[in-house]
Design a protein around this ligand. Structure first.
Ligand code: ADP
Ligand code: ASP
Ligand code: MG
Length: 388
């Protein structure tokens, strides 16, 4: 079960997480958490402040982060558990303070990427400590494992490639042992260690990927991605009104959707799950009994399902895997419709023709290259066409 930043943002949100975990105790849940909402962004700002020698901003962010985590721990735990977690937060924060000071003084010797990865790793370390104390205090016997000791990567610091064999062996052993002591095993998404022992991360939004790797390593029945929407929607509900839940998607559709910009799932998440045919459920932490989506290849449903947007700048910075036909520049957005058989669907063809932009038609997705300022209206028009 993976809980993203918005699902662990404050006391009430973590309360909802614990209620969900409690309901699944007899299924031996392994829980993966992200940093508290917005913390990764603040840590990025901290790394930037440190690199530009702006010690005033760095200090403000450090103080804010320490207070936010200590206050949250105090709301969710008490007694010796609170004492321990407070000490641990202070210890992790002083490590962060030392890294920042080393950078400001010019004594940090490795690359900017290595520095950024080292700094942003702290978000998940801090959130997992607070949640571990909260669970144990609420009577849910929970064991916290350090993902950095299990998830081993290359030294591509900000988007590190996982050594799957080593990582799965480490996870399987550590999780197996942890269940001798506890009913819930908790660990951090996103963070890892390079073979040479340096902090790395799995790419932004990478906690979903960590959860799928844990699913693969432990032979899980399912990987549940708990987030802030009722499943995968027919488009990003922040951009398009009237979206509907897509109850079932194939692995390929989910991967295409993620690569083409629907950021509800990190693109790499699909791979480990697919290797062992593990279904991925996308569910809403604030509405646990509501509609949800299942990604697997057990019930393939043809037809257009999701509209996704991807900025040209992201295409050029990240590349999008198999979509080598996408040549999109900064100032342009790729607006895509994804779903099995999309490329030969009459509604899709009409909508793309009506939009009037250059389009790439593939068997299971269609992408139009649109100027940024027209992207939202094209996405809404595409969505209207597929939801008719
Ligand atoms: P988390 O913090 O749980 O990882 P994210 O913000 O990464 O959550 O992902 C959830 C967000 O993904 C939603 O709030 C929504 O705005 C966005 N999103 C984009 N496309 C879709 C889609 N097709 N269906 C659902 N959510 C989408
Ligand atoms: N905290 C990391 C990020 O914001 C990883 C994640 O949330 O999935 O990118
Ligand atoms: Mg996410």
């Amino acid at each position: 079960m993976k809980f993203g930043g918005s699902s662990v943002k404050d006391e009430a949100a973590i309360g909802r997480v614990m209620a969900i975990v409690r309901k699944h105790l007899d299924e031996k849940p392994v829980v993966i958490v992200s940093a508290l909402a917005a913390v990764t962004r603040q840590l990025l700002a901290l790394a930037e402040a440190a690199r530009s020698g702006d010690s005033e901003t760095a200090e403000k962010i450090l103080n804010y982060l320490e207070i936010r985590h200590i206050d949250l721990a105090a709301q969710l735990s008490s007694g010796s558990l609170l004492q321990d977690v407070r000490e641990n937060i202070i210890r992790v924060m002083s490590g962060l303070y030392s890294d920042v000071s080393a950078c400001i003084c010019g004594s940090w010797t490795s690359t900017p990427e290595a520095f950024q990865a080292a700094i942003i790793s702290h978000g998940e370390l801090l959130s997992s400590m607070v949640i571990n104390a909260a669970m144990n205090c609420a009577g849910i016997p929970c064991k916290l494992l350090d993902a950095r000791k299990m998830v081993i990567t290359d030294d591509n610091f900000l988007s590190a490639a996982v050594d799957m064999d080593k990582t799965c062996a480490n996870i399987s052993e550590a999780v197996g042992q942890a269940f001798d002591e506890a009913q819930v095993v908790l660990s951090q998404g996103f963070i890892a260690t390079s073979r040479s022992g340096k902090p790395t991360v799995l790419g932004f939004e990478g906690s979903d990927y960590t959860a799928a790797i844990f699913g693969l390593a432990t032979g899980a029945d399912a990987v549940d991605i708990w987030t802030d929407v009722d499943g995968v929607r027919s488009a990003d509900p922040r951009i398009v009104e009237g979206t509907v839940c897509v109850p079932s998607l194939s692995y390929e559709e989910a991967s295409d959707m993620a690569l083409l910009g629907a950021r509800v799932l990190h693109p790499l998440t699909i791979r480990p799950a697919r290797m062992k045919d593990i279904p991925i459920n996308v569910r809403n932490t604030s509405n646990p009994d509501g509609e949800f989506s299942t990604v697997c290849d057990r019930h393939l449903v043809p037809g257009p399902k999701v509209v996704a947007l991807l900025k040209g700048k992201d295409v050029s910075e990240m590349g999008v895997g198999e979509f080598e036909d996408l040549h999109c520049r900064p100032g342009e957005t790729v607006v895509s419709i994804i779903g099995i058989g999309c490329g030969s669907d009459a509604r899709v063809a009409d909508a793309v023709r009506a939009a009037g932009y250059k389009a790439m038609v593939r068997p299971d997705s269609v992408s139009a290259i649109v100027p940024d300022d027209a992207a939202v209206s094209v996405a809404r028009a595409f969505h209207k066409a597929i939801c008719k």
